[in-house]
Write a protein that binds this ligand. Structure first.
Ligand code: FMN
Length: 368
């Protein structure tokens, strides 16, 4: 199945501008999401075997999730489960609707299995996404796996008002998803990464927690950048523990660029934006490992960055990840990626004689 994607579908998609290919694919998936027959066919082709994980009081059918950015408007919510994913993270959603940066704003560096993007949080706004989620719930097509929402700051909102911007989105979406991610790490909204500083992040988390004080509390995670120093990561860990944050997502895209011998790749790397995919793998694993060690395994980490196969996934679990996510891997490997990773993990677990991925957490040597 992955062979079919790579030989047939990918060349057609990769012949187009990356942003257009994404819009086209998401459109097809959104339509399929409304059809029981299409959902059934996708599930038969791409569904993954069970590898259950229980975390945040939620039941994950397997630990391989969809990373934020793929389904920003909650257009295809039921599909991600059919593609074998154990959970999905929708968004980023901002309080104000916004168009994002002008295209072209996504670029593939194929030789490096990487993407550079400067989307800039294009999304229809929290209220429209809330309506979309309500419609999916009413349609009876709500997926059986956990659904998260990634929250970003509206571009028009000044940094000093960030806390109320995040809180407004959280207020309208809170009852509609299973977990929420405070995204303070996208490189494509000016100044956003400054919100990773302790006082600013504390203010955002306090505003969200105030809303949580009435009714059922939802797990809140914080998504961080790979470009933080380990000292800055330590500050976030401290804050997360003090505030009772459910976990950390490590990591978002990087502003760093690796050297490349290919002129075409260097041209892509000259584009402003965040880099994802294979060149990000090592650094994101390093951050996962650091958090796991520093917090002595008490702060769950979702590992994301450069995962294409079961070996890459295993590396993240060995570093201490409790769950993982894919984005660029899905673009390059196609819709069979989750199934392939889950099957590969089950094989590896059997070989290692373990019954739970937790047993390898923290066992990792530095990645090669
Ligand atoms: C086109 C694109 C859009 C993205 N949009 C978001 C976003 O809205 N919010 C977010 O937290 N991360 C976003 N990301 C980052 C991914 O969720 C992920 O953290 C990153 O790409 C590293 O994983 P990967 O190497 O598997 O792609 C985006 C990534 C890409 C490539």
């Amino acid at each position: 199945m992955s062979w079919l994607y790579q030989k047939l579908a990918r060349p057609v998609l990769f012949a187009q501008d990356a942003g257009r290919a994404h819009d086209f694919t998401l459109n097809v998936l959104a339509r399929a999401a409304h059809s029981r027959a299409a959902c059934g066919a996708l599930s038969a082709a791409f569904g993954a075997p069970p590898l259950p994980v229980s975390l945040f009081n939620l039941a994950f059918p397997n630990p391989v999730g969809l990373a934020a950015g793929m389904d920003k408007a909650a257009a295809a919510v039921p599909i991600w489960e059919k593609l074998g994913l154990g959970f999905c993270e929708l968004g980023a959603v901002t309080w104000l609707p916004q168009d994002g940066n002008p295209p072209p704003r996504v670029f593939r560096a194929v030789a490096d299995r990487a993407i550079v993007n400067r989307m800039g949080f294009n999304n229809p706004g929290a209220q429209a996404v809330a309506r979309a989620l309500e419609a999916w719930r009413k349609s009876g097509r709500w997926p059986g796996h956990p659904v998260g929402v990634n929250l970003g700051k509206s571009k028009l909102t000044p940094l000093e008002n960030a806390a109320s911007d995040y809180a407004n989105s959280f207020r309208v979406l809170r009852g509609l998803a299973d977990f929420f991610v405070v995204n303070v790490s996208s490189p494509n909204t000016p100044g956003l990464r400054e919100l990773q500083n302790k006082p600013q992040l504390d203010e955002i988390l306090a505003a969200i927690q105030e809303i949580q004080s009435s009714g059922q509390a939802k797990p809140i995670l914080v998504k961080i950048a790979p470009d933080l120093s380990l000292e800055a990561v330590d500050e976030i860990i401290e804050l997360a523990q003090a505030r009772g944050i459910a976990g950390i997502i490590a990591t978002n895209t990087t502003l760093e660029r690796p050297p490349s011998a290919h002129a075409a790749t260097r041209r892509i790397y000259d584009e402003p934006g965040g880099l994802s995919g294979a060149p990000l793998r090592r650094r994101s694993t390093e951050i996962v490992r650091h958090i796991f060690r520093r917090a002595k395994g008490t702060l769950p980490v979702i590992g994301v960055g450069g995962i294409f196969n079961a070996d890459d996934a295993w590396e993240k679990f060995a570093a201490g990840a409790a769950l993982i996510q894919v984005y660029t891997g899905l673009v390059y490997e196609g819709p069979a990626i989750a199934r392939a990773i889950v099957k590969g993990l089950i094989r590896k677990m059997r070989r290692a004689g373990i019954r739970d991925l937790k047993e390898i957490a923290g066992s990792a040597p530095a990645p090669s």
